[in-house]
Design a protein around this ligand. Structure first.
Ligand SMILES: Cc1cc2nc3c(=O)[nH]c(=O)nc-3n(C[C@H](O)[C@H](O)[C@H](O)COP(=O)(O)O)c2cc1C
Length: 211
């Protein structure tokens, strides 16, 4: 397959400073609503990038579960590679690749672990199967085979039978507190629009970047 021949033209109305809210959270909210209205599959899926203790970049998809002025939150296993990374270096990047809408949003910021109370509130909304999975999986650890995982799942299912499943201490969340946002809108001729917000003390500076 010759990938060099695959070429899409990005015909969109573009993104100008006058289209933007002065507040990047409001701007994100506006785009998020448009992406949702377009029935984009999993609009809250975002690429979370971290740095390993050895300095390697690592990226994976996680689901955004809340966002507001305080930051962007997701949930995970607190012993996973990503959690280890964030405990070593709090700096993280989030990318929303809304490609069919010719859009991308990138956010960078420092992460903070959510409190036990915040994790408990979300834990209670999770389906029972996901709760069992959280007990059964030591996320990111090497396992011998699928059978081993299925046995662990069955074991936890039986252990919790007839009981409310409590949140494991190794399961919780992180909030990324944004320092910078970039809103990217695809345009023809690869001459895209890139508008960037940078936090300057308690305000946001908006700048246009060259495509
Ligand atoms: C669409 C999608 C959504 C995902 N959502 C989450 C999530 O919310 N939390 C999570 O821990 N892993 C999620 N995963 C799995 C992660 O991408 C990753 O495989 C896992 O968290 C282990 O990552 P780590 O070893 O880098 O810590 C998701 C994967 C996909 C493809």
């Amino acid at each position: 397959m010759d990938l060099s021949e695959i070429r899409q033209t990005y015909e969109t109305k573009g993104l100008d400073l006058s289209d933007l809210s002065p507040n990047p959270i409001t701007q994100f909210q506006n785009w998020y609503e448009e992406v949702t209205q377009a029935e984009y599959f999993e609009p809250n899926a975002m690429v979370l990038s971290t740095t390993s203790p050895e300095g390697w970049p690592r990226a994976r998809v996680v689901l955004l579960k809340a966002f507001d002025e305080n930051g962007f939150s997701f949930f995970t296993n607190l012993k996973s590679d990503k959690a280890t990374d964030l405990k070593t270096s709090a700096r993280a990047s989030l990318t929303f690749p809304w490609i069919s809408l010719r859009r991308q949003v990138n956010i960078i910021g420092e992460s903070k672990q959510l409190t036990a109370e915040e994790a408990d509130i979300y834990w209670l909304t999770r389906p029972r199967g996901s709760q069992i999975g959280a007990w059964a999986s030591h996320q990111s650890a090497v396992v011998p085979d699928r059978e081993h995982l299925d046995e662990k799942f069955k074991f936890e299912e039986e252990r919790w039978e007839g009981q409310t499943i409590k949140r494991p201490n190794h399961w919780g969340g992180f909030r990324i507190i944004p320092e910078r946002f970039e809103f990217w809108q695809g345009r023809p001729n690869r001459f895209h629009d890139r508008l960037c917000y940078r936090r300057i003390e308690n305000d946001w500076l908006i700048e246009r970047l060259s495509p």
